[in-house]
Design a protein around this ligand. Sequence first.
Ligand code: SAH
Length: 352
Amino acid sequence: MENMKRELFGMPLPQMQTAFAELGLKKFRAKQVYDWLYQKSVFDFDRMSNLSKGERELLRQTFSLLPAEVKTVRRLDSADGLTQKILLELPDGNAIETVLMHHDYGYSVCVSSQAGCDMHCAFCASGLNGAVRNLTAAEILTQVYVFNAALFPEGQRVSRVVVMGSGEPMLNFDAVFEALQFLHQPEGANISYRNMTVSTCGIIPGIEKMKALGLPISLAVSLHAVRTELRNELMPVNKGYPFADVIAAAEAYARAGGRQVTYEYILLAGKNDSDTDAELLAEYLRFKQASVNLIPVNPVPEKGFFRPDRKRIEKFLSILQKRRIHATVRKEMGKDINAACGQLRASYKAKL
Ligand code: SAH
């Protein structure tokens, strides 16, 4: 019976007003429920104290609220207390990872866009187990709101969202951007577009669609290699969308919105971390509205991926900087809890 109910979470207010009217409820009830959901992060109709008992009962029978149905099946806290990673089990049994990070400027959440991933990047754990399915907008929003609910008593809420968890957001374009637009609403999570980042492995039509949307959302591109053979090997997506074309599409996005693109570059010892790689990278990004985020890989020993030593990382960085490419080494958070894509999910699935 449960799955006969209509999902209310993530429904835009005008639709909610119509749905409430169809039930014979007063129109202003929709706004009240909306505030409980998105201002107070309350996902239990019975706790919505300004509704009558009868109204609460009617809503409970008619609608489901996804955040109340997901289960946190694992939770890991980093030793420094700044990063929390949870594994959420969806009603259909799929598990997805979400990470909360406490920065000095506020809280940011890294959401997954798909359960699993189909991109088969050699160094990534996201696609290791389980079939891939797109997440719905409600499932993406829920990842933010489970943390909002936990932060609410402290008077805090999430102020930044990065779509950098498991999955390829450009292959689930509609749901991802619907969720981000929902989070943007002042009466929703009130998160500014500038505080949202979508990271892609380089699906060019997605970058073009994002440009057409015209919202000031930040774009990140997972580059990781600038030699065709190596990138084909590390990221098979390169065979369909060669990286030079990806950079051109990303640059067009940057120019249209006046915003820099962040190029993520995982450093893999002995693979893509040579001086020549750094010089090539600088060559490709020269005069572009670009910054490079160097990420010492979260090692995947079974696949032969290791971190370069500190000296190598610094040399790579200095080559970029000498060539006037804006570059930083990613501040690492939660390494002790394996916050790399898909690692928690993979270990959970492996146990089932
Ligand atoms: N599909 C999107 C978003 C998910 S991956 C994309 O490719 O951008 C988010 C980031 O984590 C990507 O840059 C990805 O390459 C990186 N990543 C995956 N596995 C990693 C690992 N073992 N160590 C460090 N970063 C990793």
